[in-house]
Write a protein that binds this ligand. Sequence first.
Ligand SMILES: *Cc1c(COP(=O)(O)O)cnc(C)c1O
Length: 374
Amino acid sequence: MATPAFAAAIPIFNTFVHPSAHDRVAEVLTTTFLSEGKLVKEFESRLTSDLGMSNPAALNSGTSALHLAVAVAGIGPGDEVILAPQTFIASAIAIVQEGATPVFADIQYNNGNIDPASIESRITSRTKAIMAVHWGGYPCDLDEIHALARKHNLVVIEDAAHAPGATYKGRAIGSISDYTCFSFQAIKHLTTGDGGALCCPDSAVATEVFRRRWFGIDRAHSPVSEIGERVYDLTDVGYKYHMSDYAAALGLANLEGFQERMSYRRQLVQQYQQGLQNVAGVTLFDHKDDRESAHWLFGFHVDNRLEFIRALKAAGIASSVIHDGIDKNTLFGGKREELVNQRRFDETQIHVPLHDALQPEQVEYIIDTIKKGW
Ligand SMILES: *Cc1c(COP(=O)(O)O)cnc(C)c1O
């Protein structure tokens, strides 16, 4: 069979920019109102109306959202936060930044998410929070995690960088836990170039988030005096984490057709799932019916992974582990052999292309290439 022309390179990600973004961003440049203003507000209200997020505060990155969540939750030196290693280092950096310690629980081998059964034995008198990362956009077992959090009086922080638009038992991710953090980085589903959001259903906590995202000054209640400065009294540490209007303009443009893009992803995922079931050497991840993934990634387990990666590369197809267990880093204490499922996952997980520019014919070609063996 001749290699199709598009096989030159099928990347694992793409960056989606809606055609209307050029005009919308250009308009902001013309007004020269570049910093946080009415477009940030409009973007936040669209995140609520379109994606079901609770009190989203738009920020300059997903990492800022994670750090602000840890800071506002009052997590500090001596405290511990339990999370899974199957994530990007940003999740644990946010904990270390406040002087606290990331404590790693094991994952579920069949999807990469934190295993609730592995959490309780790691809870100590110092534990303040559980951080749940929805790997690839597939929601964690939130009921079980919340039951543990209630029992031990812990805060739940979701790292939902992969999960905008996902649902758990009919509820939107971004409306469930004390803190939910999203990323609008360039290769995420919904991009503002760089950006993020922090959602807190409790309105008093949300008010603190809005204040501390901008130095700790309450913008709405700090009028500019006659001598020309805002009137405020700084009571605690705030950050320069707000989103800017030109980024919000890009985000607003990219929200157009978001649900259609998500259903297109679902369609591609179904095509992969059907095409790859019963392929020798491939074990698909489990997906439960009570939750809907945002499908940022399409991952599975594969035998002889390096051979698999090379065979796909020879056929012009990118594949990647994306990340393996972050506990291996010196900053986080080094690789934990007792995390048995994480170590198995590190050896066998792989992800193949999934993005807005991917065509069904390309998915067919990828499936056919895999079926030929490696
Ligand atoms: C992308 C990502 C982040 C960080 O988001 P930024 O917007 O790049 O700061 C955090 N956690 C996970 C799991 C991510 O994939």
